[in-house]
Design a protein around this ligand. Sequence first.
Ligand SMILES: C[S@@+](CC[C@H](N)C(=O)[O-])C[C@H]1O[C@@H](n2cnc3c(N)ncnc32)[C@H](O)[C@@H]1O
Ligand code: SF4
Length: 309
Amino acid sequence: MSSELSRPKPDFKGFGYRIAQIENNTHCNYKCWFCPNAYDTPAPKACMDLELFSHILREIRTVYTPWELNDVSFATYNEPNLDETFKEKLQIMTSMGFMYEHISNGSMITTDLTDFLIKYPQNIKQFRLNIPTLDESRWKNITGASVSVMYKMFYQLDYLFTRASQLNFGITVIVNGDGSEEHKQEFQKVYQKFQHTKNINFSMTGLIDRAGTLADAECETQKMASGEIDWGEQPLRCNAGYFENLYFGIKGNVFYCCHDYHQKHSCGNIKETPLRELLKSDSYFQHKQNFMHEFCRKCEQARPLQTVN
Ligand SMILES: C[S@@+](CC[C@H](N)C(=O)[O-])C[C@H]1O[C@@H](n2cnc3c(N)ncnc32)[C@H](O)[C@@H]1O
Ligand code: SF4
């Protein structure tokens, strides 16, 4: 057993601000090689109804002022744009003053949605689009989706990107990968395909093995970094600040970390107990301790409590 990382520390230090992650829907149309969706059984297909969604937002406001928590994202292991009530949810959030961070694979950002966002600007912080390749011969192997999805997406994103100056938020294209030469090539190709569009940022981003749950993940050209991690029984903290965030599952369950694919560790349900009580309950601290001992100990983003980085 080792309390040191058996591989280089990841760059990612979290969002840098507190965020509420709300699982607006459960399903995804991809199976990216670096995502548990490619290896595990996804949750049954479901969409959160507007009543529960609004209830969650109201409950957040009973605990946090807008200065303390004002950002919302929908991304769990879903594709948020597959939710037919996406626009309505965006409008509800905007009307309540929240800011939305869109984390999406970009495949369902229709020209219709772009027109809507230009005509009716919403409170959007940014679009972070996960596009790990645009190479026709690699597409299926890397994303698990058919090539026709890639072509349709490219057309729709071109429409969005060429209108970037009319939008009230920034767009970043994220090319996830293992840091290898092949990853670099994917990044360059994605960049070249969109380089004619102005005001778009590009990021070549590394991977997290999600507390060892993706240790064996690979595709034909890339592979998850190897090296088991075990911080042991010592007290830990999250270097990415994930314990500062809030996580709400599709059924209103409150959980601790986005890496917990099955949302196994929960302190209760917001439909039954006010958020303020849930976050102060013995159950919250007990489950958090269990989560740290079982899950965080294998996570590369965890650190011993007393360390500073
Ligand atoms: C799980 S996805 C869900 C939302 C959407 N389907 C998407 O792909 O953006 C949320 C974010 O996690 C990133 N991601 C997925 N697997 C990852 C991994 N193993 N390590 C780091 N980031 C990952 C994606 O690039 C995306 O930005
Ligand atoms: S990373 Fe996103 S797009 Fe890819 S399978 Fe996971 S949830 Fe779907």
